[in-house]
Design a protein around this ligand. Structure first.
Ligand SMILES: Nc1ncnc2c1ncn2[C@@H]1O[C@H](COP(=O)(O)OP(=O)(O)OP(=O)(O)O)[C@@H](O)[C@H]1O
Length: 359
């Protein structure tokens, strides 16, 4: 049994108007039918650009956002259907680490008080002494000195504050930690240290992670499986190495082509697909495939009328694109007007005559 299983999860926020905000005039389709599973002890990386619904999905797992429909099955129990009190108890096993460590730590509480608060609420440790012993042990695990106990958040660097955020989750002995952009507020030099720490903790404590990031480079090494999200839905999912070796969805290819490669020769010759246009509004998503308005491989048939479902192409590799196979074998070529595709010298890009930009 998987530790976490999401079945067709939807989170729609009503858009209210009127003097008393009493009229619902539409919905923001922030998460619109996501199904995925996370195995115990694994890391699932969820990527996509800002506004695609990653945070809303993470919060929905903890029921910090009310779920419009679908199931969130955690260790065999559907959290979406749990009464509030039972959900509160389950929250100990599901913890979240936030992007902005300073914003999520109360500046007036010292570290001991911040960490002990959740422990007391969930009945961990019989008294203050027991809780303190546990806190000291966890601080050591995350690489902070024991004297951190009596200090305040502003006395720490950004990387240390993120360690405090991680310690706050760990003292509750969770099974699943949702890390929402865990390193994007940190300097690049510190990012790797925090990612390494998360990996070490996973190994020694058997943790399961859902890591949310807009940057593919961040999730690459830490993730076993990566899901790529676009406008509220998964467009591709694959084991990490496979996704990098053979990205199949046009959106994943564009995201991937934005990640620089350290080898200068490879860097000079690699494919770059620069997407034109903005992310459409999740309050008014495009019909059919949500990516069709920006897709360089868009076809006249099906793309703007029929919403593709995630379909397994190979073992564990799922793609939501009507033409994934034809794009992969080159039968369908991209349209230049929709993407600037920088290609290796000497090669030319054949523009498909069938393709219809419709723009
Ligand atoms: N409480 C809310 N009410 C209405 N709309 C919301 C609410 N929370 C989020 N949204 C909208 O839902 C969409 C998805 O937001 P979300 O924060 O989940 O995206 P994201 O991919 O995590 O982006 P970011 O990386 O910027 O946090 C956005 O258009 C956002 O404006």
């Amino acid at each position: 049994m998987s530790l976490l299983e999401l079945n067709e999860v939807k989170v729609h926020f009503p858009v209210k108007r009127g003097v008393f905000f009493d009229r619902t005039v539409g919905h923001v389709y922030a998460v619109d039918g996501v199904s995925l599973t996370i195995e115990a002890g694994q890391t699932y990386g969820l990527v996509g650009e800002s506004g695609c619904g990653k945070t809303t999905l993470g919060r929905a797992v903890l029921r910090l956002n009310e779920i419009t429909s679908g199931e969130v099955v955690f260790d065999g129990t559907d959290l979406a259907a749990l009464p509030d009190e039972e959900m509160r108890r389950s929250r100990r096993r599901l913890q979240m680490v936030f992007q902005d460590p300073l914003g999520s730590l109360n500046p007036r509480q010292n570290i001991e008080s911040i960490l002990a608060e959740g422990m007391a609420a969930h009945g961990i440790g019989a008294n203050r002494t027991e809780r303190r012993a546990k806190i000291v042990e966890v601080l050591e695990r995350v690489g902070l000195p024991a004297d951190a106990l009596s200090r305040y958040p502003h006395e720490f660097s950004g990387g240390q504050r993120q360690r405090i955020g991680i310690a706050r989750a760990l003292v509750l002995e969770p099974d699943l930690i949702i890390c929402d952009e865990p390193v994007s507020a940190l300097d690049v030099s510190i990012q790797a240290q925090v990612i390494n720490l998360l990996e070490e903790l996973q190994e020694s404590m058997g943790l399961t992670y859902l890591v949310i990031a807009h940057d593919l480079a961040v999730v690459r090494h830490i993730s076993d499986v990566i899901g790529v999200m676009y406008l509220g839905a998964l467009v591709e999912e694959a084991p990490s190495d496979l996704l990098y070796a053979e990205p199949r969805h046009p959106y994943t290819r564009a995201l991937m082509s934005a990640v620089p490669v350290p080898d200068p020769e490879v860097e000079d010759n690699r494919e770059r697909i620069l997407l034109r246009g903005d992310l459409p509004s999740p309050a008014n998503p495009p019909t059919g495939c949500r990516f069709h308005t920006r897709c360089p491989w868009r076809q006249a048939e099906r793309c703007d009328t029929e919403r593709p479902v995630l379909t397994e192409l190979a073992d564990g590799h799922r793609v939501a694109c009507h033409y994934a196979a034809e794009i992969a074998d080159g039968t369908i070529q991209p349209v230049r007007e929709l993407a600037e595709r920088i290609i290796p010298e000497g090669e030319s890009v054949a523009v498909s005559e069938k393709a219809d930009t419709g723009e």
